[in-house]
Design a binder for this molecule. Structure first.
Ligand SMILES: [Zn+2]
Length: 227
């Protein structure tokens, strides 16, 4: 099983598909080259599009993709192109996919710094600047607020910027709910949302950094448009 979730929506200029991979693929920068290449080949085969990766740096920089070449430092990608599958990769961070009725697509990676810096809102605004109308979002699997324990000082720091992130673990210690923060940001932009997956730490079919440590793989959100 390649995808834990897949959806397709008709747009004025074709069809947009959105999907999230599961732990059967590892698309992380640290994955063995043959493992990562196999995962990318499978995505290319399933989508009929060239996978486009960004080098995620926990910032709020958004890049427009105009062809299939590149590996830019960014945490948001947007394009009007067909034939390119935008990827956002995560193992507990929040992968977000966006599609407009007018055909533009976007992908964002929101960890705690991305939530604080507003990378999802920046990606929405970049799409709107390209002329995107009728945007919808899909929020992929990520670690839940009940699992994502952080020091209290860190929780207060992030919650000061995005109050919806303030949470408590199931065992009663300070935590962050990054998904709630992203949902609040999307609501602030007036974007309807599909929640497309559960908690990465609890669901063993998904990659989780908190559960598996530095050797954890990375799942991907994938969005592409066909004519
Ligand atoms: Zn959880």
């Amino acid at each position: 099983m390649t995808f834990s979730f897949i959806d397709t929506v008709p747009v004025t200029t074709g069809t947009v598909s959105v999907a999230f991979t599961d732990a059967s693929l590892d698309l992380g920068d640290l994955a063995p080259e043959d493992v990562r290449a196999a995962g990318l080949a499978e995505i290319a085969s399933v989508t009929g599009a060239t996978p486009y990766l960004m080098h995620q740096v926990h910032g709020a920089t958004v890049r427009e993709v105009t062809d299939a070449e590149g590996f830019p430092d960014a945490d948001g990608l947007v394009t009007r192109a067909t034939g390119v599958a935008l990827l956002t990769r995560a193992a507990d961070c929040v992968p977000v996919l966006l599609a407009a009725e007018t055909g533009e697509i976007g992908a964002a990676h929101a960890g705690r710094e991305g939530v604080r810096r507003g990378v999802v809102t920046a990606t929405v605004e970049r799409l709107q600047a390209l002329g995107a109308r009728g945007l919808r979002a899909w929020v992929g699997p990520h670690i839940c607020g009940g699992c994502y324990e952080v020091p209290e000082e860190l929780r207060e720091d992030i919650a000061a910027a995005v109050p919806a992130t303030r949470a408590t673990t199931t065992w009663g210690t300070p935590s962050l709910d990054l998904g709630a923060g992203v949902l609040a940001q999307l609501a602030g932009s007036g974007i309807p949302v599909v929640e497309a997956g559960g908690c990465t730490r609890e669901d063993l079919t998904l990659h989780s950094y908190r559960r598996d440590g530095a050797a954890a793989g990375r799942l991907a959100g994938v969005v592409w448009r066909t004519p």
